[in-house]
Design a binder for this molecule. Structure first.
Ligand code: KG4
Ligand code: ZN
Length: 342
């Protein structure tokens, strides 16, 4: 079924609470994107329980890989290389994907490529934006990371800003929990905000003195908690929709301001967003507007490619494959893997 020059990557992702597998053709064509989400299971506990996540990954991984191959209409014989997320993430969760990938590689001789999870998130932009090529600036905002990155080339990154404390997604999750929305907070705050007034409450926009591109969200989270406590002590009712909308506006304003400042200062005309928070509807609208005003071309993946998936790992794996990167069977999970490290 394939031209011999075609490159088919089987990608596996299990760094947090999604067990995912995908087949990507020639780096930009997603032939399948299977995601088995554990969200419903972790909702019971108000967040991801690492031990439960690992066990669920073990139950699902083989089935998810088989489905991805089937949906793509390929067999392992067609696969050029196997790309797998090996960090950062939950160690027990990562190990399941890494072990599955190594087992397939060992049994078939198909080359193995360890992929950085954040590199995957950034690469999600290449799926639907066929014309997008580095260099560009990318904001990665997920549950564990808030990074401003200059994508200098495929797999070549310079981190220019990062969070000093909570990641943006973490702030969404914590505030959602405080106003009783449950886990995961991002999508719930996104939805509830549409019914609220974003100017009802003024929450602080933190500036980090030493680096104008860094973020800090813990002060904002505390301000929301203080506001809620204040209302409770005074016996005043809380309008959850107004809290959600005002909090969300504060996060988005900081993300937009820092990102556009970086794009201009570093002299780029392309800007992309990535990670779970990038699926936020108001954030996408705010960036759309700010980029248009500043004559910057704005790129964003569809929401399904923003949250964790294996297609993005397949895309990143493809560019690593082209560069000749191969991992040995001693590939291990690296829970705190830094971007740009191998
Ligand atoms: O990228 P991701 O799926 O996993 C990590 O690598 O962390 O991101 C998950 C994070 C969670 O904190 C979740 O609340 C947030 O992304 N998120 C959102 C939205 N959808 C997911 N945050 C704001 N608005 C959304 N619509
Ligand atoms: Zn992620």
């Amino acid at each position: 079924m394939s031209d011999t020059k075609d490159v088919f990557i089987l990608a596996i992702e299990s760094s947090c609470d999604e067990t995912a597998a995908s087949v990507v053709k020639n780096g930009r064509e997603v032939l399948s994107n299977v995601i088995s989400s554990q969200i419903a299971l972790h909702t019971l506990y108000g967040g991801v329980v690492p031990e439960i996540a690992s066990r669920k990954h073990i139950e699902k991984i083989n089935q998810v890989i088989e489905e991805a191959l089937k949906e793509a209409g390929v067999t392992l014989k067609d696969i050029t290389a196997i790309a797998v997320t090996y960090g950062p993430g939950l160690v027990g969760a990562l190990l399941v994907g890494v072990s599955a990938a190594k087992a397939i590689s060992f049994a078939t001789g198909i080359p193995l490529i360890g992929v950085h999870h954040i590199e995957g998130h950034i690469s999600a932009n290449f799926i639907e934006n066929k014309e997008l090529e580095p260099p560009f600036v990318c904001l990665v905002a997920s549950g564990g990371h808030s990074h401003l990155v200059v994508v200098k080339g495929y797999g070549e990154y310079e981190i220019i800003g990062r969070t000093r404390d909570d990641a943006a997604g973490e702030a969404f999750d914590k505030v959602a929990r405080a106003i009783g929305l449950g886990y995961p907070g991002g999508p719930k705050i996104d939805k509830l905000s549409k019914e609220g007034n974003p100017d009802a409450i003024h929450f602080p926009r933190a500036k980090v003195q030493e680096n104008e591109y860094d973020f800090s969200f813990s002060g904002l989270k505390s301000a929301v908690l203080n506001y809620l406590n204040g209302c409770q002590m005074k016996g005043e009712p809380v309008c959850k929709a107004d809290v959600a909308a005002s909090f969300q506006k504060a996060v988005i304003e900081v993300l937009v301001e820092h990102s556009l400042h970086a794009v201009k200062e570093f002299g780029y005309d392309k800007f992309a967003i990535a990670g779970g928070v990038a699926s936020n509807s108001s954030l996408r609208a705010a960036f759309e507007e700010a980029c248009a005003e500043n004559h910057v071309t704005f790129y964003h993946p569809s929401p399904i490619f923003c949250t964790d998936n294996a297609a993005m790992i397949g895309v990143a794996g493809y560019y690593e494959y082209l560069k000749g990167v191969r991992s040995g069977l001693d590939l291990n999970a690296v829970p705190n893997l830094k971007l740009g490290e191998r």
